[in-house]
Write a protein that binds this ligand. Structure first.
Ligand code: SF4
Length: 376
């Protein structure tokens, strides 16, 4: 029995597959992914964007391969990428073979859409020969015609049937290194489809609410859909689909995982909305801090609260806390490890908190390094 059972999430048990050197499923940390939107044939631009996405914390990056120029560029891209690359293939089986040969760690491909049994076998052979895993990606907007006729419209049953049909082709060819997604732009459909799929098969699941929209609405929809599933223990890798910079997808993905205590990266800022009681400008301070602390990857918590109504209580639960002294006061209180530590003038607040966070991050890293050495 854990200390706070209301926070426990029991993750669905499933097989583990590898996407390059990143384990997916089987209890591995939930991997966060995004996708490039550069021309894949422009290897240099694509590598630049992959580096930006990886710097934001991505574990895996997907790259579209719509033509031969793209799969040709893929070998340079895969060689220079700091994270494993998933090649996104639609319809053309040759692109799948070329991508596997070029060093893709995973193919996003639906075996039922690539034609004859012979072609499917060739793609599977290329994946086996080059250590590629696969993702079957069912999308509510592009379901097979026969399933739409059978069910009348995209529905959870149709999406699961489509996924299982594709999976069977791989299983019949003795290929088991695959994960599945059943995305839809409708949150209800997405959630219901994943719940049903999670019961029907034991492979890892890639979560996403597809075509979720721009930065704000897309993040909200994704947090509702994926949050519901992750809370139920479903999901082994996630992508937040936004009409925005891919870096924002990674940030939103980590924010969802952080909110559910499933994975941590960087500073988790707890701050109040501010009101007439605030002892300093909370909103401006938090905005500045978020920018100045973006380089910190060590997980830690920081509370920045406008006044003593909630400040001391929040500070007790965080690594570093600041509580404003109340309206009209020019100073507030710093808490370290939950304990009152020292007073600080509001004018020095931002620099001081950045300094404290950087020092605490270095301490945590040193402690972890010591533990690793001791364990070895
Ligand atoms: S903590 Fe204080 S300043 Fe912040 S919203 Fe609550 S009452 Fe207002």
């Amino acid at each position: 029995m854990s200390l706070r059972p209301w926070r426990d999430i029991e993750r669905r048990q499933c097989r583990q597959i590898m996407v390059g050197n990143v384990p997916v499923g089987g209890g591995a940390p939930i991997a966060v992914q995004s996708m490039t939107n550069t021309l894949t044939s422009d290897a240099q631009a694509t590598i630049r964007q992959i580096n930006e996405i990886a710097d934001a914390g991505a574990d895996i990056v997907r790259v579209s391969c719509p033509d031969k120029d793209s799969t040709e560029a893929l070998s340079t891209i895969a060689k220079n990428s700091p994270v494993p690359i998933v090649a996104d293939i639609h319809f053309h089986y040759k692109r799948g073979i070329e991508a596997a040969e070029a060093g893709a760690a995973c193919l996003r491909i639906n075996p039922g859409n690539i034609g004859s049994e012979e072609r499917v076998k060739e793609v599977i052979k290329a994946a086996k020969d080059h250590g590629c895993s696969m993702r079957i990606g069912v999308n509510g907007g592009s379901l097979e015609k026969d399933l739409l006729e059978k069910y009348g419209e995209p529905c959870p049953e149709a999406m699961v049937e489509s996924a299982l049909d594709h999976a069977k082709i791989l299983q019949d060819n003795d290929f088991h290194e695959f994960k599945i997604s059943v995305k839809a732009s409708d949150v209800f459909l997405t959630v219901a489809a994943y719940h049903a799929l999670a019961e029907a098969i034991d492979c890892p699941l890639h979560l996403g609410v597809t075509e979720a929209g721009g930065l704000r609405i897309g993040s909200v929809k994704s947090a509702i859909g994926m949050g519901n599933l992750l809370w139920a223990g479903i999901g082994d890798t996630i992508r937040v689909s936004l009409s925005a910079d891919p870096v924002e997808e990674i940030k939103a993905g980590f924010d969802i995982l952080k909110s559910l205590n499933l994975r941590h990266r960087g500073v988790n800022v707890i701050s109040c909305p501010s009101c007439a009681r605030q002892g300093f400008n909370v909103i401006e301070t938090v905005e500045t801090l978020e920018k100045r602390l973006a380089h910190i990857t060590t997980p830690m918590t920081l509370s920045v609260i406008g006044c003593v109504v909630n400040g001391p209580g929040e500070a007790r639960e965080t690594d570093i806390g600041f509580t404003g002294g109340g309206a009209g006061k020019e100073h507030g209180m710093i808490y370290l490890g939950g304990e009152v530590d020292h007073r600080i003038d509001n004018s020095e607040l931002v620099d001081h908190l950045v300094d404290l966070v950087e020092k605490r991050a270095a301490e945590i890293q040193a402690e972890e390094a010591k533990q690793t050495v001791a364990a070895e």
